[in-house]
Design a protein. Sequence first.
Length: 178
Amino acid sequence: MSSTSVYPTPINAFKQSKRSVLSVIVDNEPGILARIVGLFSGRGYNIEALNVTVVDVKKNLSRITIETLGEEKVISQIIAQLEKLVPVHSATNLANLSESYEAEICLVKIEFENEEQDQKILNFADIYRSRTVQKRQNFVVYEISGTSERINKFLDDLDTIGGIKVELVRSGPIGLGI
């Protein structure tokens, strides 16, 4: 049993794990999110990111986007069980599609101490085409969007600047099959 979780970790669970982004269309009703999350927690798998929003007001439909790590066999079983739930209209693993688009948004607050740090931060912001949300004397807030990998690279580059303090919030990925 893992010391960081109350759930036992399946043996060899992460040797063949891969990242999956699931797109689930559901009726917008109370309790559906809890039922879907239960499918994951019941198997000892973590949800890395979760987004829910109404996508069709007239039909009362929502899209739930779930990022997880897991073995392909287990993810396939979860999708099959999701599709059996009455309020679920469709469940798709975007990783298995020949073409899909994924993006996320991140707000990054960076506190700096001097002009040199400010200039380095500005250079990275320009390279990644981030949008300045607010700038003050000793901090700046940027908005950056794109793939999770792009945002991770931006944050890694910021880590190379010594003496700054970074605070952030990320939406997690959203995605569509094309």
